[in-house]
Design a protein around this ligand. Structure first.
Ligand code: FPP
Length: 248
């Protein structure tokens, strides 16, 4: 079943960049009468599935929303567990990332992560920096409004110090100051758990992105769900403000 789906994908029209909101770990665990942390741990399996499937098929960039700026407001026990899980997973997966030629990157206010998490992340980024098959980007302590405010401050500084003219500010120079400066905008966004929101994620970068919402909780996400999402993307007409006739 999953193989049939995979074979139906047109490899010449793959989304180069897929962004994901991994939602529903807590609800998945609750449904099973388990603590929320169990849901996050099971979510790691789904992270492996999507990373492997995306790399195999030829996607170049995969961005996963792993921890938002707002997630600090969760109970301290859950935040600690998420950070511990993150460090553990990153350390465990570096070998596999290297074996599969996958580069790790991160976007977000990383300096405000706990020291241990920040160090593990920096080390994994360094250790995988020469890999070329796919870039796996973790959005960590990330929020789009933080990113946009941050870029605006950098641009204001550049203008103030005479390095940039106001006339030089445009969509392109603005993008170049975002955390995703060297990464193309996502063509496809996938969100699990049935919620239909963007939740402060890549607001600028998602301007023309196709949105795909799945009615399953993140720990249940498997390769076939990625294939289904890509097939749905390939069946849509992306007009970028033009008419259908202009595209043909
Ligand atoms: C959303 O589910 C999930 C998160 C906030 C964290 C995602 C983290 C992982 C999958 C594990 C570690 C990831 C990596 C990349 C190593 P939720 O808690 O919001 O679920 P709910 O909406 O049901 O409460």
């Amino acid at each position: 079943m999953s193989d049939n789906l995979k074979e139906s994908i047109n490899l010449d029209r793959l989304p180069e960049h897929i962004a994901v909101i991994m939602d529903g770990n807590g609800r998945w665990a609750k449904k099973k009468g388990m603590p929320r942390v169990f849901g996050h741990r099971s979510g790691v399996k789904a992270v492996r599935e999507i990373t492997e499937a995306a790399a195999e098929i030829g996607v170049k960039y995969l961005t996963l929303y792993a921890f938002s700026t707002e997630n600090w407001n969760r109970p301290a026990l859950e935040v600690d567990a998420l950070m511990t899980l993150l460090v553990k997973t990153i350390k465990e997966e570096v070998k596999t990332l290297n074996k599969n030629n996958i580069r790790l990157e991160a976007i977000g206010d990383l300096s405000r992560l706990p020291e241990k998490s920040h160090m593990a992340l920096k080390e994994a980024i360094k250790d995988t920096s020469s890999n070329t098959r796919m870039t796996l980007i973790l959005a960590l302590n990330y929020s789009s409004r933080w990113e946009i405010v941050n870029s605006t401050k950098q641009i204001a500084e550049a203008v103030k110090s005479g390095k940039m003219e106001i006339e030089d500010i445009n969509a392109e120079t603005f993008s170049a100051h975002l955390a995703t400066a060297k990464i193309p905008d996502p063509e496809l966004l996938i969100r699990t758990s049935g919620e239909k929101r963007i939740s402060n994620y890549l607001l600028w970068q998602l301007a023309y992105t196709e949105l795909h919402f799945l009615d399953l909780f993140w720990p249940d996400f498997r390769k076939q769900h990625l294939y289904e999402s890509i097939l749905d993307f390939q069946n849509r007409e992306r007009r970028f403000g033009k008419t259908s006739e202009q595209l043909t």
